[in-house]
Design a protein around this ligand. Sequence first.
Ligand SMILES: NC(=O)c1ccc[n+]([C@@H]2O[C@H](COP(=O)([O-])OP(=O)(O)OC[C@H]3O[C@@H](n4cnc5c(N)ncnc54)[C@H](O)[C@@H]3O)[C@@H](O)[C@H]2O)c1
Length: 382
Amino acid sequence: MRRLKVAVIGTGFIGPVHAEAIRRNAGLADLVMVAGISEEEAKEAALRLNIPGYTSDYRDILKSDADVVHICTPNHLHYSMVKECLEHGKSVLCEKPLAMNSAEAAELVELADAKGLMAAVNYNLRYYPLIQEMRQRNMEKEGGEIFSLQGSYLQDWLLYDTDYSWRLESKLSGKSRAVADIGTHWMDMAQYVTGMKIKSVFAQFGRMHETRKKSSDGKDLTFSKAEDTAGYISYDVDTEDYAQILFKMENGTLGTLTVSQVIAGYKNYMEFRQSGTVSSFTWNSEAPNQLTIGHRDRANEILVKDPSLLHGRAASMSGFPGGHQEGYGETLKNLIREFYSDILGVSSSAEYPLLKDGASEMYLCEAIIRSAEENRWVEVEA
Ligand SMILES: NC(=O)c1ccc[n+]([C@@H]2O[C@H](COP(=O)([O-])OP(=O)(O)OC[C@H]3O[C@@H](n4cnc5c(N)ncnc54)[C@H](O)[C@@H]3O)[C@@H](O)[C@H]2O)c1
């Protein structure tokens, strides 16, 4: 069978995670090139990850025979990089968020359609086996009619004013930060699990630090932490540290979502709770191999991830037998397997997030921002 040639742009936190997940789909693809911001960065990553080609100019990838490009760079570069890749006939897996605004995102959706190219956005968290299991059970209406959703996506890595990432600079990250960065993962997952779209939102934003400090030498890395403030400069922050969102879905289901990057002790905690007329489902990303199924008239169940006990797609998303833990790394492995299989024409059951799903998250972000600014309910554009 033909194998795809794949390149990755970006060697920071998520680029190497992609590289590893690509390697875990070795029967479908070969990782042939990596691009970094500089010769030094690209070469170091190529040596560390054993990638045959490297470049400090991602345009070399456009000219190469790579079939698929993974875009793992800061948000402000996504639109132009996806556009250039599509114009050069490459399939794309772009990190979230897809673009800086909905107009850019909509243009990319149209371009991919016009070019007839497969393109995806990395909302990988929908690929946890027990998220897939909830979706399967919802399709069979096992929990009855869904009428309420609750959840959160909580982190603490920006608690201090000396914590720095390019995500804190809206010109690089976008007009929303916590919601666009992690809230969109939750909303993608909630819409995927329930099969319903969020139609309107009422949001309030909070900011813990109006000004923050960053290194004066510009060498801060994502998830970096300053031990003291010597050698740091202050800058103003114009995006949210935390947000509270009320939402309504198309069938009238009500929801609440709390998003925070400044809640001490919560490293990367995504929780989802669904109420149905028969039973409830509760799951969180820090114990991702357990699903609590709540009952009124009998004892609650804890379903421990085990492919022999899961349904349909959920079983096929479990790479290991019961009792063997699976986590974040496996979500990207699963998404990439479906994406590449679709490109190669060896599978027709793919449910990976398309560019239109990435665009839909941009419309959601814009409605949430407008709601917070204008202190009112806002309809989400279709
Ligand atoms: N899906 C997920 O779970 C997940 C997790 C983390 C990050 N992300 C997304 O991935 C993207 C990158 O985040 P990160 O945390 O890896 O950031 P990072 O800062 O750790 O890494 C970004 C990388 O891009 C490189 N880069 C910047 N400009 C470049 C250019 N012009 N050419 C080549 N390389 C360039 C940087 O040098 C760096 O290696 C963001 O959009 C983020 O939202 C997604």
